[in-house]
Design a binder for this molecule. Structure first.
Ligand code: TXA
Ligand code: MG
Length: 354
């Protein structure tokens, strides 16, 4: 099924969204339509989570496999019972500490939530975002809203309304445009149905911040779990991909820069257009070897990197490069999420240099 819609773009103020625009978008949600809206992480593609037909439209619009479950968004922690079958004390503690914000909790699903939202499974992901537009829309609709990132399946997540339109124009009823999102990578997905709790996807809440509350939380970096990934829905390695082929380099700075220079030279000699994603400090060393170079900011500023990453991947495609080379960030703070997205965009093509 393909879902065709005339897409309306409603510009709203990010801090104080126009109540009429919000009311109109909420009406569309209640009628079973699709609304793309900003969250603090990335734009989401929302539908009524209580309505399986509405949820099915999300999968159709994105071209997303029905085996990959959706995150349900709520306006207040009090709505948790509407989404989860039981709400353990730990969920309440985590909500009190991290909501509103970029943390998704995996809990047992309340049967009121449409089964296809959970891809037929027993669990459900739920979060309360902190973006004022998302909160206004969720309150006005009075609904739990299922919303994956508002990109076509396996494309980089959208951090602007234009990214949403580039992928989904004609497939969504309304796009609420409130400018660029703040965090830039998606929420951290934390499964608290297992003991100890396990991070399934690193994201906007850092592992360090989670450990302060949950000292025994576990996380297995994606490139160490390829076999598991092949078996688990939603953990597909191929994801967030630009059209260009991406390779990620990790290791000490000098060795990595030398390897990237050599690779870029070889590729260019073979007639390939090479794009490089670099930190500000590496731009001078790498620019002579690249057809296109985009800075992701200061090397230590993992928050800025997170904010810029997906737009940079899309921009490289717009500039028509064949290959992208990128240096892995430090694995601290949001660097863990940036690294995860890079390795997935690279489909696992990670070169570790001693
Ligand atoms: O920041 C975000 O989380 C954004 C904004 C829109 O809220 N949403 C988002 O959704 O990134 P999506 O669908 O693109 O990614 C959701 C991730 C997927 O990897 C999915 O497999 C996982 O969360 N997930 C959702 N429900 C799950 C469940 N019940 N069990 C395990 N993983 C789940
Ligand atoms: Mg996504």
């Amino acid at each position: 099924m393909t879902y065709h819609a005339e897409t309306r773009v409603l510009k709203v103020d990010a801090q104080q969204p126009d109540p009429e625009a919000i009311a109109e978008a909420a009406r569309v949600l209640r009628r079973g339509g699709l609304v793309a809206f900003p969250t603090e992480t990335v734009y989401g593609l929302g539908a009524n989570a209580l309505d399986s037909e509405a949820a099915a439209r999300i999968f159709a619009a994105k071209g997303r496999p029905a085996t990959d479950p959706l995150i349900v968004h709520i306006a207040a922690p009090e709505q948790l019972e509407q989404v989860a079958a039981d709400v353990p004390a730990l969920a309440r503690e985590l909500a009190a500490r991290f909501w509103p914000g970029p943390l998704t909790l995996i809990l047992r699903r309340n049967p009121a939530i449409a089964a296809n939202v959970s891809a037929g499974g027993e669990t459900v992901g739920v979060r309360m975002p902190r973006h004022p537009v998302a909160l206004a829309l969720l309150s006005a609709s009075g609904l739990p809203v299922a919303a994956p990132s508002a990109n076509l399946f396996a494309r980089p997540s959208p951090t602007t309304a234009q990214h949403v339109l580039d992928d989904l124009r004609g497939r969504v009823d309304i796009v609420l445009d409130a400018g660029t999102t703040e965090v830039g990578v998606e929420s951290t997905v934390l499964d608290i149905t297992q003991t100890p709790p396990r991070v399934l996807r690193p994201g906007g809440v850092s592992l360090e911040a989670l450990r302060a509350l949950l000292p025994d939380v576990t996380y297995t970096p994606r490139y160490l779990q390829e076999e598991e990934a092949a078996a688990a829905p939603g953990m597909l390695l191929k994801h967030y991909s630009p059209r260009a082929k991406l390779t990620v380099y990790s290791g000490s700075r000098d060795a990595v820069l030398a390897a990237m220079q050599q690779k870029a030279r070889d590729l260019a000699a073979g007639g390939q257009r090479v794009g490089i994603l670099a930190s500000e400090a590496d731009v001078a060393a790498l620019a002579p070897f690249a057809a296109e170079i985009i800075s992701l900011g200061e090397a230590g500023d993992t928050e800025q990197m997170a904010r810029m990453l997906f737009a940079a991947l899309r921009e490289m495609d717009a500039r028509g490069v064949d290959v992208i080379l990128a240096r892995a960030p430090r694995l601290e703070g949001l660097g863990l999420a940036v690294f995860d997205r890079l390795v997935r965009a690279a489909e696992g093509d990670l070169i570790e240099i001693e």
